[in-house]
Design a protein around this ligand. Structure first.
Ligand SMILES: [Zn+2]
Length: 295
């Protein structure tokens, strides 16, 4: 497990990562939508070994939260996979008993009681897991003093899915609805502004109302992008989607729009799943897409 990384510091705001897991996942040709063998072969030389496993060809993902500390608040953006959660169709997330996430939180000098807000960029299995923990056989909010921020539209979509077909989204049952039942959540729109230095921005497509979190002024210091992008191959080819997208075409348009906005700016994009250090800048245009560098 990686050691602590250097925080990003912007004035009196500090951003740290809390890594839970780094794991090779699905074969690249199954993970991505629209990837061709030709594109994969052309870029394999730099995608390996950090983004594609050289042995089995699987996409390698980092699973992590971002922690934002301002003078007023401590904010967790996304809550990874979590422990003890039955995920019968996703063995790599099934009934985990990891302590890395808690150890990395503690290494920042924090406990679960210190978190004021939990923001879920979207309600997928690897972004809501630590929302709850098992206590005497019940799922209870992990962060006792936190208000959990969800997109209302996203919550409505997944609540309805859970009513219709709970077996397709067990993470809603055990990691989202118990937070709602406990009255710890707040529904917002995906362009909600918290204050002058922190606001949400809509980045739909991967899910119905995915949002990203902007930090700083109108030219942000950083954007925490959740799953608006999973891999640097989607920076070069923004139109390439991934298997669990709600709408891959819209997700591609979202990537084009955000990357062209970031082009030539110092804004750092904090990605959820890129290999560490995971924070990039958009440095140029390349073909029909964009070039990138670690920030
Ligand atoms: Zn994800």
């Amino acid at each position: 497990m990686a050691a602590l990384r250097e925080p990003l510091v912007f004035g009196d705001t500090r951003v740290d990562c809390i890594v839970e897991l780094v794991k090779d996942y699905y074969p690249a040709m199954e993970f991505f939508r629209g990837l061709t063998p030709e594109i994969l072969d052309e870029h394999r030389h730099w995608l390996e070994p950090d983004f594609i496993h050289p042995g089995n060809g699987n996409v390698i993902l980092t699973f992590q939260s971002y922690l934002v500390r301002t003078p007023r608040h401590t904010i967790l953006v996304d809550s990874c996979i979590g422990n003890d959660k039955p995920r019968p169709t996703r063995q790599m997330f099934h009934m985990l008993k990891l302590d890395a996430w808690q150890r990395n939180l503690a290494a920042l000098g924090l406990t679960v009681a210190d978190i004021d807000f939990v923001m879920c960029t979207h309600l997928h299995v690897d972004h809501v897991g630590w929302n709850t923990r098992l206590e005497n056989g019940r799922w209870v909010p992990t962060f006792p003093n936190a208000r959990y921020i969800f997109s209302g539209k996203e919550l409505d979509f997944w609540s309805e899915r859970e009513r219709q077909a709970p077996e397709t989204c067990p993470w809603i049952t055990d990691s989202v609805l118990p937070v709602v039942a406990a009255g710890c959540h707040q529904c917002v729109t995906s362009d909600h502004a918290f204050d002058d230095h922190m606001r949400l921005t809509p980045t739909p497509g991967h899910t119905i109302d995915h949002f990203s979190v902007e930090l700083g002024g109108m030219e942000p210091d950083a954007i925490i992008g959740g799953d608006m992008v999973h891999s640097p191959i989607q920076v070069l080819y923004p139109e390439i989607g991934m298997f669990s997208d709600f709408d891959s075409k819209q997700a591609g348009e979202t990537r084009h729009a955000l990357f062209s906005r970031l082009l030539g700016t110092p804004t750092k994009l904090c990605t959820a799943h890129f290999a560490e250090p995971s924070v990039i800048r958009i440095t140029g245009e390349k073909g029909g897409g964009y070039d990138w560098a670690y920030a």
